[in-house]
Design a binder for this molecule. Sequence first.
Ligand SMILES: *[C@@H]1O[C@H](CO)[C@@H](O)[C@H](O)[C@H]1NC(C)=O
Ligand SMILES: *[C@@H]1O[C@H](CO)[C@@H](O)[C@H](O)[C@H]1NC(C)=O
Ligand SMILES: *[C@@H]1O[C@H](CO)[C@@H](O)[C@H](O)[C@H]1NC(C)=O
Ligand SMILES: *[C@@H]1O[C@H](CO)[C@@H](O)[C@H](O)[C@H]1NC(C)=O
Length: 425
Amino acid sequence: MDICKVLSLLLVGTWASLVSGDLTECDALTMICGNLVQEAFTTYPNYADLKTPQLIQRLGYPVEEHNVTTADHYILTMYRIPYSNSSPPALGKIPVLLVHGVLASSVQWLWQPPDRSLAFMLADSGFDVWLGNSRGTSYSRGHTFLPSNDPNNLTYWDFSFHEMGLYDLPATVNYINSLTSQRIYYVGHSLGTTQFFSGISLNPGLASKIRAMFSLATSGYINHMTNAFFRASAPFLVISATEQTINQLGGGQFLPQVMQQYIGDFTTYCTQYTLNCGVCNTVFGVLFGIDMCQTDFRELPGILAHLPDTTSTKTFAHIAQDATLGTFRQYDYGLNNFAEYGSLLPPNYDWSKYHVPTVIYYGDNDNLAVPIDVLATANALRPNVVQLSRVNYSTWDHMDFVIGKDADVYLYNDMLNIMRNHTYG
Ligand SMILES: *[C@@H]1O[C@H](CO)[C@@H](O)[C@H](O)[C@H]1NC(C)=O
Ligand SMILES: *[C@@H]1O[C@H](CO)[C@@H](O)[C@H](O)[C@H]1NC(C)=O
Ligand SMILES: *[C@@H]1O[C@H](CO)[C@@H](O)[C@H](O)[C@H]1NC(C)=O
Ligand SMILES: *[C@@H]1O[C@H](CO)[C@@H](O)[C@H](O)[C@H]1NC(C)=O
């Protein structure tokens, strides 16, 4: 996607948030964050170089790398924390697969200290932890024959969350299941829930390998999202997608290297000048729903160094279609739908095919997975929803599910109890 377009969307989004009062009083706290960020930079001067395996190892946990090839030839890399100091290797550990959201990667589970990070808490509690990386992220860029590092190769980047559900989900679940002979717990955040819902509805048999699904920032129906960046960019993406001009939009990779470079510079700028920290956080808050009340500023350099990761423009176009039309259905090819599907409109994902016990947590201040949409999704899933919990914290936002400093208190402890007690599977 063209850098100027991205930047103007970013500015429009920030401005729109300020005008609409989307920012909370906690954002004022950002004015004091500079010193803490500086402190973290002193501790980890090369934070950006710490990738998922190093972030696991630096805390004394073992890590394994596993590559899985999907039925459509994409190569995905998963990381595994098979045991920990407090829970030595043992047979029969139950696997838990954690799947990140859009523009993120497995790294999102590793920013918090071990005693309040879901991945480490699970490993310490005796679970076999697997961190997925969706196709197109910097961690899962393999393909058996396409040039995956060419941001403009539209053959490689021709996928959305549909393919993540249709191919990535069965490839990873089947791999873990056959290696461990265990049914697994699935934890999805944001697009990690979307691809699960679509994937199970397309491949209902997979449900027999899943004990239960934990849905954080549930993203099935998404048409009430207030996130200014998405709202501002959705119309452009929908028009270009249905007009088949996704090419002209820059096609291919959504966040090309130049954009990441820019964000890198932005991060450096923010940390060098204390007062600008507020501006920096505001932009990222608008983009990702980072709640300043729940941010540990010492983790911020790590977060900013790895967010955003990459995905395809088509993934964004697909999200934009559902966000605009209130649908949850396959990709809309406009005039080419007939050739693609044999019908004028794309098929809906069939909720009636979904049979997995599902535990849903939602946050009042989540500007991407807003409560009214989460409840609509829960309603569609109804017989499968075994628990529907509002996080009891009024400004709980989209990223708080993974980086909120009190996430352990508000949901991880509950999730661990459910898994340890085999409450639902
Ligand atoms: C997985 O694939 C990546 C990239 O293709 C490669 O660098 C890495 O060595 C592979 N890892 C394993 C364990 O095979
Ligand atoms: C992507 O790369 C492959 C292999 O080099 C090539 O065959 C294909 O035409 C390319 N696709 C596009 C749209 O450039
Ligand atoms: C929610 O939190 C408030 C205080 O923040 C507390 O008074 C209330 O009891 C809590 N409700 C539940 C159901 O835990
Ligand atoms: C089972 O759940 C209860 C709360 O419902 C909790 O107090 C208990 O510690 C859990 N047991 C295990 C083994 O996690």
